[in-house]
Design a protein around this ligand. Structure first.
Ligand code: FMN
Length: 276
């Protein structure tokens, strides 16, 4: 492999290596992909104001999240289906997170099971939860995560429907034979059927509870003692409500431009939320 000197080069390499359906699933956003582009353009408009002649012989970027120390203010967001890109899937990601001394959040739509990921070795992990219509199933997932030692529930709140990802529709996205939503193995919810559009969008439409709302956060707190982080908020109003409902924290996010298009870049909403 050519020597990678800039993280953006991975995208180009992936484009050549991965099947088109997989690359498009990882790389594209919803509808016109305006938010997807704006997410990086907004970062590129933020410039440094460098200060000089300060002692930089010892640099420490460590911080803590929910009381857990991490080596840098960067964590691994929940992302679905790592085995589409590598046979070791989320197990390898968990090993990398532990080596970098940071926290990984495992997606509900992981291609390795909660328990397999634990075999990757020590490391602080959170579990991302999507709310299924079947609340018993949701409760089972939470219990498995608790038993396996996951430290927090990351509740995704910006995906009651899957965003209209046009590339997935065109590619008729579905899973190859060797990959499944492994956490649901044996629960009858691990397969994505072939459809005339995005198989994942059809799966979400049939399984995910679109009626879930703020009051249900209270229900969630009755079935877990883990802290609940609400992921997918970008406004001060929703941040205030999340705190009122007892969230341990929020994860500001527009889902990488994969859900509702024409939302502002998350980074451009940060200041308002922090200063509310
Ligand atoms: C390929 C891919 C799969 C993703 N899968 C999930 C998922 O299963 N659950 C979830 O809550 N977010 C998922 N996301 C969204 C990410 O967690 C994250 O929100 C996004 O990459 C943007 O980063 P940001 O939220 O830090 O801005 C996925 C993103 C990508 C690119």
């Amino acid at each position: 492999m050519a020597l990678v000197t800039n993280v953006c080069e991975y995208e180009e390499l992936a484009k050549h290596k991965l099947p088109k359906m997989v690359y498009d699933f990882y790389a594209t956003g919803a509808e016109d992909q305006w938010t997807l582009r704006e997410n990086s353009e907004a970062f590129s408009r933020i410039l440094f104001q460098p200060r000089v002649l300060v002692d930089v012989s010892c640099i420490n970027m460590s911080t803590s999240v929910l009381g857990y120390n991490i080596s840098m203010p960067i964590m691994i967001a929940p992302t679905a289906l790592h085995k589409l890109a590598h046979p070791e899937g989320e197990v390898a990601t968990a090993r990398a997170a532990a080596a970098a001394e940071t926290i990984m959040t495992l997606s509900s739509w992981s291609s390795c099971s909660i328990e397999e990921v634990n075999l990757a070795g020590p490391g602080v992990r959170f579990f991302q939860l999507s709310i299924y219509k079947d609340r018993n199933l949701v409760q089972q997932l939470i219990q498995r995560a608790e038993k396996a030692g996951y430290k927090a529930i990351v509740l995704t709140v910006d995906a009651p429907w899957l965003g209209r990802r046009e590339a997935d529709v065109k590619n008729r996205f579905t899973l190859p034979q060797n990959v499944m939503l492994k956490i649901f193995e044996g629960l009858d919810q691990g397969k994505i059927d072939k459809t005339n559009g995005s198989g994942l969008a059809a799966y979400v439409a049939s399984q995910i509870d679109r009626s879930f709302s703020w009051k249900d956060i209270k229900w969630l707190q009755t079935v877990t003692s883990l802290p609940v982080l609400v992921k997918g908020i970008i406004t001060a109003q929703d941040t205030r409500i999340a705190i009122e409902y007892g969230a341990a924290g929020i994860i500001m996010s527009n889902h990488g431009g994969r859900q509702l298009d024409y939302l502002p870049a998350t980074i451009s909403c940060l200041e308002v939320v922090c200063h509310m």
